[in-house]
Design a protein around this ligand. Structure first.
Ligand code: G
Ligand code: G
Ligand code: MN
Ligand code: NA
Length: 250
């Protein structure tokens, strides 16, 4: 088994990049946002899942560095695309749980957020709230003041999801693909729509992830603030391809 150093050296041969997956308003079919997703290219230039890299960086306690790199890359990309990017189009960035508990990382996140303003959505998982609760609440407060919206990622996979909705000031939930998959089951559908309705009554945005077919799309309640991200519309696209989608919108 290769040592961590050997594996990091191997990673140096690869290139990290950020791809963008569209999020669509199901009523109009219009793209209203996107999620920035890390990708790793191998020697042949083929995109690989970031899971292995993320696991390695987590062990090396480098996740705050990665999160800041992604955020910075997204800010630079949007500046580069400024003539193509509609003012209301949002970009969601994943931030790892531990990063919000680090004062210096949050400081830099606030700076970058100021560059992205209202366009930025920060996705954090429920795990972010366990442990350093006071620091995380403070970080969320500062990021929202800087203009970012906060979404709870992987919603529906944890055990105490519902309590987070009233305990923390967040702007929306990102329903996990595994929860979207339950739409097809007898009890799953009503539970899923019940959660959407609850979110709506709390004036929370809902992003439904992992929609792969028109039947799933039809099962979604027609509520304002609900958007859809899934292979039915598009996969995560490399920047050059995403730019073509941006230009087609206008
Ligand atoms: O895109 P894909 O399904 O391959 O992503 C696999 C996992 O990697 C997902 O859980 C996703 O949240 C995570 N991930 C993808 N991009 C990023 C990123 O930029 N930062 C962090 N922290 N996680 C990411
Ligand atoms: O954990 P997080 O929600 O951040 O990760 C989102 C992941 O879900 C991305 O890796 C993305 O590639 C994946 N994803 C998005 N839409 C679909 C879909 O329709 N089907 C499948 N299988 N994966 C999807
Ligand atoms: Mn996410
Ligand atoms: Na998810």
């Amino acid at each position: 088994r290769a040592s961590m150093l050997e594996r990091l050296a191997a990673l140096q041969q690869q290139a990290m990049s950020v791809h963008y997956q569209p999020q669509v308003d199901p009523q109009t079919g219009e793209m209203v946002g996107c999620e920035a997703l890390l990708r790793v290219q191998d020697d042949g230039g083929v995109s690989q899942s970031p899971s292995e890299l993320l696991a390695l960086l987590r062990r090396a306690q480098l996740m705050p560095d990665l999160d800041l790199w992604v955020l910075d890359t997204v800010a630079a990309q949007l500046h580069y695309w400024r003539l193509h990017w509609p003012p209301s189009l949002r970009v969601a960035v994943n931030i790892s749980p531990g990063t919000l508990a680090q004062r210096s990382a949050v400081e830099r996140m606030v700076d970058i957020t100021a560059r992205l303003g209202e366009r930025l959505v920060i996705e954090i998982t429920e795990q972010a709230f366990t442990g350093h609760e006071d620091e995380v609440i403070d970080a969320i407060h500062r990021l929202r003041q800087a203009g970012a919206r906060i979404h709870i990622d992987d919603f529906g996979t944890g055990y105490s999801s519902l309590s987070y909705l009233h305990r923390f000031a967040v702007d929306g939930i990102k329903i996990d693909k595994s929860f979207t998959d339950t739409l097809a089951s007898e009890r799953g559908g009503p539970v899923f729509r019940g959660v959407c309705s609850l979110a709506h009554s709390l004036q929370l945005e809902v992003v439904v992830e992992g929609v792969e077919n028109p039947w799933q799309l039809q099962q979604l309640p027609p509520q304002p603030g609900l958007t859809v991200q899934g292979w039915l519309f598009a996969r995560a696209l490399p920047p050059a391809e995403f730019l073509r989608v941006l230009d087609r919108q206008q």
